[in-house]
Design a protein around this ligand. Structure first.
Ligand SMILES: Cc1ncc(COP(=O)(O)O)c(C=O)c1O
Length: 366
């Protein structure tokens, strides 16, 4: 830390901007709310760490009852395993010899499971696991309607499960089917109907695999917007929600069970017109892939335009509340993509920095 940086014990106003903050009271309440939901049912939580990329947060989630974590990228899994997370599901395909060699190194140190949806990839994983003298856990990703990756439900999944069972260096662990097309449907009844349809496909596919005498241990799905549906759907063993710890403006439109804990502390750097406010956070510090961010405690803007290092907020009339030099907190429109733009997170409680957490998975996109 250099002389211009704020440390533990500093007040939020002393932190230079743009910086990422997590409000600990809100964060802890979000963690507790999810734990309470899971305590009342039989489904477990394996939170997605793509949302935080932060080993301290993963450790807190495990301490609060999570059975392990999900990762989207191998680089995230490497970081988490090296910080003591012992049970990891990579909900993504790991393809190509360079990555598969790294995957074996991670598998040596923890209970690792990786998603597959292709027989050639299964063969490559099996050969590498055999050469490394280990047994690699795999789950089949089933396409439950999102139409991203995944094998079709039913017989095509049973066929791939049989293929895996012929490979002794692989351990077939079960199925995952992420209903990403449902998680932010604005109408709750519609979200429930579509999610149940997706989970019915997944559970019916489990039945078909079991009917082929293949044991299915894991049946995984669920995001923050569907945790209350998928997390109570009979047959689902674990849910993958991750954003619930932070939330963002987009998710808050679909769900108010959790509150916004993540903000980008920013400075007003220009007031070029009465109705225009310019902050020092742009797409290099605040994700701009979708949605509209919001300034906490300030009336909604007509528009927010993001350039690399600026955000330009236009109001319907004179905006008297903000002057050059003021610091504000911006709630991201997408927490997971915003976290990847920062390498540390100021953990604050009632305006004081209580801790600084490394976002060790920042930029780990390989
Ligand atoms: C495979 C997978 N599982 C789970 C999630 C759920 O994450 P969230 O909590 O952001 O809804 C995602 C989000 O993109 C995902 O890709």
């Amino acid at each position: 830390m250099d002389m211009y940086e704020s440390g533990v014990g500093s007040r939020v106003v002393q932190i230079d901007t743009p910086s990422l903050l997590v409000d600990l009271d809100v964060f802890e309440a979000n963690l507790a709310r999810m734990s309470e939901f899971l305590r009342q049912g039989s489904t477990k939580l394996r939170p997605h760490s793509k949302s935080n990329k932060c080993p301290v947060i993963a450790q807190k989630q495990v301490a609060a009852g999570a059975i392990g974590i999900c990762c989207q990228k191998l680089g995230e899994a490497e970081v988490m395993a090296s910080h003591g997370i012992r049970d990891i599901l990579i909900t993504n395909q790991i393809v190509g010899p360079i990555k598969i060699a790294r995957l074996m190194a991670v598998a040596r140190g923890c209970d690792l499971k990786v998603a597959v949806d292709n027989p050639g990839n299964v063969d490559a994983l099996a050969e590498a696991a055999s050469a490394a003298r280990l047994r690699l856990g795999v789950v089949i990703e089933v396409n439950v309607g999102m139409n991203r990756c995944g094998v079709l439900p039913g017989e095509p999944t049973v066929e791939l499960a049989r293929h895996i069972m012929r490979r002794p260096s692989l351990q077939f662990r079960g199925l995952m089917g992420y209903e990403g097309h449902c998680v932010d449907l604005p109408d709750f009844q519609e979200r429930k109907t579509q999610t149940e349809k997706a989970m019915a496909l997944l559970v019916q596919t489990r039945d078909a695999v079991q009917a082929a005498n293949i044991e299915v241990d894991i049946v995984s799905g669920g995001g923050t917007g569907t945790y209350m549906i998928t997390g109570r759907y009979p047959g689902i063993t674990e849910i993958e929600a991750g954003s619930y710890v932070f939330m963002d403006t987009t998710y808050r439109q679909a769900l108010t069970d959790f509150d916004n804990s993540l903000t980008v502390l920013s400075t007003v750097i220009s007031r070029p017109a009465n109705n225009r406010v310019v902050l020092d956070c742009g797409v290099k510090t605040l994700a701009g892939d979708y949605g509209t961010p919001a300034i906490e405690g300030v009336r909604p803007a007509l528009s927010c335009g993001l350039s690399e290092e600026h955000s330009t907020w236009v109001y319907d009339s004179n905006m008297q509340d903000l002057a050059v030099g003021d610091k504000v907190r911006v709630i991201p429109a997408h927490c997971c993509a915003t976290i990847n733009l920062h390498d540390r997170l100021f953990a604050v409680r009632r305006e004081v920095v209580e801790d600084i957490w490394e976002i060790a998975g920042c930029g780990k996109t390989r």
